[in-house]
Design a protein around this ligand. Structure first.
Ligand code: ZN
Length: 395
């Protein structure tokens, strides 16, 4: 096939390292070799920035808006290898923590943790691997919802052949692009759901169609799953739900979830919606959040308080400082002593107590006087304000 494409394009058979629309036209077996240009681009961007001149907020903005944006174009169609994705994450992580080349850095929080959603103690970065999956899932979504797209029609005709997308598989000989699409289907399974109109195109047991259900699939109470095939079999002749039939097949929770959706519209075909967004439209952001939220540990600080901080009108660098305080990610002596050898852990400002987060920002004599002259008043007002969720963050 490679030979045919080259001849059709009028190219020399030796021209196998050519790019088309910014991406390698042909892939070698060692795929990473073809995508090393991503690392080169990232290195030149990161080294071009004077990181010592920037605040953490400046670094975060550069990483998110320039560094990671560089990858989006490639990751929309290509699944990066685990090795390449972790190299990218490592480079960005080193940049964020201020580690120069050759120096072993001091990472106060794992990169996985920083890539959690902001409401779950993260700082809004994205793990390349998970973001890559979310971008590729967009193709699966297009296969579910777009009838007219030429690309989708070709993929459907070649690989699906009337099979539902969720049953798609791939062979070794299939194209790398198709394999990538199939690998991203797992994310779609957790958020895509069918809204029933007449039930003719929805399978009772194979498709997710219980929009108000926790798992989107119906839960059976019988082992006779063959009795019904399509959701249309669960409707009466005037388009209402056939309650006795529902009761003979599903548990009460499923029936209640089905009825919450009301009477099926009977207008047009059954259609797919994305349950992870309020407007029911697929976004890569919400697809990224699925695996990120699954691996998020339970937070010490409530998600509502984190949202309050990140949505507040204070300066971005103050938000990052607050994030550092609340998630124990600042290089204070109480934290450093657990990682490196430090002989003296007392506060360098007053010399009277251990330099802990509470001491440095609340109880240190030095800090106390700084707070007192600030618009927020004494540390006591601050603690009360935070504890009761008062208007401290200026929202
Ligand atoms: Zn002190």
């Amino acid at each position: 096939m490679k030979r045919g494409i080259l001849q059709e394009l009028g190219l020399n058979l030796a021209d196998t390292n050519i790019n088309y629309l910014g991406l390698p036209l042909f892939r070698s077996k060692n795929k990473d070799v073809n995508f090393n240009f991503i690392l080169d681009n990232l290195v030149s961007k990161l080294h071009g920035w004077k990181m010592k001149m920037l605040s953490k907020a400046g670094l975060a903005t550069l990483i998110k808006s320039v560094g990671l944006a560089l990858l989006v174009y490639t990751m929309q169609t290509t699944k990066l290898s685990k090795k390449l994705a972790s190299k990218i994450d490592g480079m960005v992580r080193d940049f964020w923590w201020g580690c120069e080349q050759g120096n072993r850095g001091l990472y106060l929080k794992a990169w996985d943790h920083l890539c959690l959603p902001k409401s779950r103690e993260g700082s809004g970065f994205r793990k390349s691997m998970e973001f890559n999956q979310a971008l590729l899932a967009k193709w699966g979504w297009a296969l579910l919802t777009e009838d007219q797209s030429l690309c989708c029609r070709v993929l459907r005709a070649k690989y699906l052949k009337n099979k539902p997308l969720f049953e798609a598989t791939y062979k070794d000989s299939d194209s790398w692009f198709w394999k990538n699409v199939v690998k991203s289907i797992d994310i779609l399974r957790k958020g895509a759901c069918k809204v029933i109109s007449n039930g003719e195109e929805t399978y009772v047991w194979k498709d997710p169609w219980v929009v108000h259900g926790k798992e989107l699939y119906p839960k059976p109470i019988t082992s006779c799953l063959e009795r019904v095939t399509k959701v249309a079999d669960l409707l009466t002749s005037d388009g209402e739900w056939d309650i006795p039939k529902l009761e003979s097949l599903f548990n009460t929770e499923t029936i209640s979830d089905i009825l919450k959706g009301g009477r099926p519209s009977s207008q047009g075909r059954d259609r797919w919606i994305w349950t992870k967004e309020g407007n029911r439209k697929f976004t890569t952001k919400s697809a990224y959040l699925i695996p990120a939220l699954e691996r998020a540990p339970s937070c010490v600080v409530a998600p509502a308080l984190w949202n309050r901080l990140w949505n507040s009108k204070i300066l971005e660098r103050h938000k990052i400082l607050w994030w550092g305080i609340l998630s124990n990610a600042l290089p204070i002596r109480e934290i450093l002593v657990k990682r490196i050898q430090i002989e003296d852990v007392t506060c360098p400002l007053c010399g009277e107590a251990e330099e802990s987060m509470e001491h440095l920002f609340l109880y240190c004599n030095f800090a106390y006087h700084l707070w007192k002259s600030s618009p927020w008043g004494t540390p006591l007002t601050l603690v009360v304000g935070l504890g009761t969720g008062l208007n401290f963050f200026g929202t």
